[in-house]
Design a protein around this ligand. Structure first.
Ligand SMILES: Cc1cc2nc3c(=O)[nH]c(=O)nc-3n(C[C@H](O)[C@H](O)[C@H](O)COP(=O)(O)OP(=O)(O)OC[C@H]3O[C@@H](n4cnc5c(N)ncnc54)[C@H](O)[C@@H]3O)c2cc1C
Ligand code: SF4
Length: 522
């Protein structure tokens, strides 16, 4: 084992939660160590190859986890500098203001957050600016209040999506321009020659070969490494365990496995941002005499209350061809909190990256088209409109991640599936009115293999924050109740997940906690 090197701050995980924190804290001038278990994601032709990305799952972690039924699955995780944001869709939405309060669902209550939207609002603004969010305020009636417009203009719709947008408006709906984090400079719907993003058809789920996606590596980690010599990044550095001092009140060591060697680092402050599932696992495997059930787990809540959204990717077949390349520009929240025939929330609809023939072939042909004489994958792809539907799931204590001896086990009982079913039905009916065949079929490969349990993209809630140490793991600054120098800044702190993509909230919270830690370091 190698000796103990000391830093002011050690950050574990370089995704949006850890990468944003590195960006924020490097500005303090303190010595910061950023530890990442993965390497840089290679820039290569396969980045944009549907077969490699979705069918061969080239960039997905090669890990085997287990469900409570003992069946194995491969979690939809990506271990790289930048974390899962290397493949994310870049849709960066704020939670709705009401999401911060208690919301009744048919299967139970989505609990209130201990801090209101007003606390997060200025950090949402900063997060949107930092991650190049392109959007337009004022179109979506569920949009929470904001003090400033988006710093970057909305991404223009291509012709078929503009038709859909106009059609939805004619039907009395409120489609809106999706807020997307992207390094795009466009004019008349075309990327300008210097723009990093070229508006291609491989946005969502693919890594970006031209570094045009506003992910944590491109936006935070790399620029900070260039500008601040006080930040050190170590890749291929898996944090195996955290150790505590003789009283069990401070993290005294961060044990790292790197190239077959074990090294220990220490920090005045240790920030864990491994992703909600992996952070809980790190706590659980770091248990010791003072923390017999896992670090900071006197409440027994570490690993519990796991949420991941009820997600579906649905393909509808347009009667006219859909030659759109960059499809991820339209969202609809008209059923977010309910509908005329149901009092409970249904969820959120957005466009997802355009499918191609290879992906559709990988899914298998939908039953209702079996009568086609030949397998018309390319024809289907040319006519497809691809939608992403998200409904809120609830933080059940029984939904949890834990070690069963050496096996990583994830218990998952889905909740609120009725809201998701009704949302699909609303979309199906809308399609019938909008020159689209009223059949929807599922594209599961985007969500990762072995969905629902393997669909870990929106992991949240395994170490929730709160004021009561018997019911929560973290305090309001996302510091562990039981360990003075330990913070967690991934989505583990979420008490509920709402029905919009989680990452802007992770980034905003990292900036909020970053301000608190910067103050503490002064
Ligand atoms: C296909 C896909 C599409 C998505 N699209 C969207 C979207 O459009 N909008 C949105 O808001 N969200 C989206 N998401 C979710 C988004 O990627 C996550 O919410 C976000 O990346 C979470 O950030 P994080 O920093 O908490 O965790 P992660 O991004 O998971 O980062 C954690 C990092 O910690 C590292 N790590 C883990 N364990 C250890 C360890 N023991 N030692 C050292 N390092 C470790 C990991 O390698 C990883 O780099 C998508 C996800 C996927 C997979
Ligand atoms: S659309 Fe832009 S950001 Fe997305 S993969 Fe293509 S070039 Fe990269």
């Amino acid at each position: 084992m190698r000796g103990n090197e000391h830093y002011d701050v050690v950050i574990i995980g370089s995704g949006p939660g850890g990468g944003t924190m590195a960006w924020r804290l490097a500005q303090t001038g303190k010595r910061i160590l950023l530890l990442e278990r993965g390497d840089y994601l290679p820039r290569e032709r396969e980045n944009w190859d549907s077969q490699a990305v979705f069918i061969d799952a080239r960039y997905q972690a090669k890990e085997t986890w287990y469900g409570a039924d003992g069946k194995s699955f491969r979690p939809g995780l990506h271990y790289f500098v930048g974390g899962n944001s290397k493949v994310y869709g870049g849709v960066l939405l704020r939670l709705r203001e009401r999401d911060f309060g208690e919301i009744q669902h048919p299967d139970g209550i989505s609990p209130a957050w201990p801090l209101g939207y007003d606390v997060f609002e200025p950090y949402y603004q900063r997060a949107e600016e930092l991650y190049y969010v392109h959007g337009l305020r004022g179109e979506d009636p569920t949009e929470p209040p904001s003090k400033k417009p988006y710093a970057y203009p909305p991404i223009t719709h291509e012709a078929r999506i503009q038709e859909l947008f106009d059609g939805l408006k004619r039907e009395g709906h409120h489609p809106f321009h999706l807020p997307v984090g992207i390094l795009l400079d466009e004019r008349d719907g075309k990327a300008l020659p210097h723009s990093a993003c070229i508006r291609c058809d491989a946005f969502d789920g693919y890594p970006c070969m031209t570094n045009g996606k506003a992910d944590a590596q491109i936006v935070c980690v790399d620029p900070t490494l260039r500008a601040y010599p006080n930040l050190t990044l170590l890749t291929n550095s898996y944090v195996d365990k955290l150790t505590t001092d003789s009283e069990g009140r401070r993290i005294s060591g961060v044990n790292v496995l790197r190239g077959g060697e074990q090294t220990t680092y220490s920090g005045d402050i240790v920030i864990v941002a491994c992703g909600a599932l992996s952070s809980a696992l790190l706590m659980l495997r770091s248990g010791n005499g003072d923390h017999p059930n896992g670090l900071a787990n006197g409440s027994g809540q570490v690993g519990r209350n796991y949420m991941r959204h009820n997600n579906a990717v649905l393909i509808a077949i347009s009667r006219t061809p859909n030659p759109t390349k960059f499809q991820k520009t339209l969202g609809l929240n008209d059923f977010y909190f309910g509908s005329d025939d149901w009092e409970f929330p249904l969820g959120h609809i957005q466009m997802v990256g355009k499918s191609d023939g290879v992906q559709i072939e990988g899914e298998g042909l939908p039953g209702f088209l079996q009568w086609f004489p030949e397998m018309p994958f390319d024809w289907l792809a040319k006519h497809s409109l691809d939608f992403w539907l998200t409904s809120e799931d609830l933080p059940l204590p029984e939904n949890r991640i834990y070690y069963d001896k050496d096996r990583i086990t994830l218990d998952l009982t889905p909740t609120n599936m009725e809201g998701q079913r009704r949302l699909r039905e609303k979309l199906r009916v809308l399609c019938g009115k909008l020159d689209v065949h009223p059949h929807l079929f599922e594209r599961t490969l985007y969500l990762g293999q072995n969905v629902p349990i393997g669909g870990t993209a929106h992991q949240a809630g395994t170490m929730r924050f709160g004021t009561d140490p018997s019911q929560s793991v973290l305090d309001l600054n996302c510091r562990a109740h039981e360990i003075d120098n330990l913070y967690v800044t991934d989505a583990g702190f979420f008490p509920s997940i709402g029905a919009v993509n989680p990452t802007l909230t992770i980034i905003a919270n990292a900036l909020r906690v970053g301000d608190h830690i910067a103050e503490r370091l002064r």
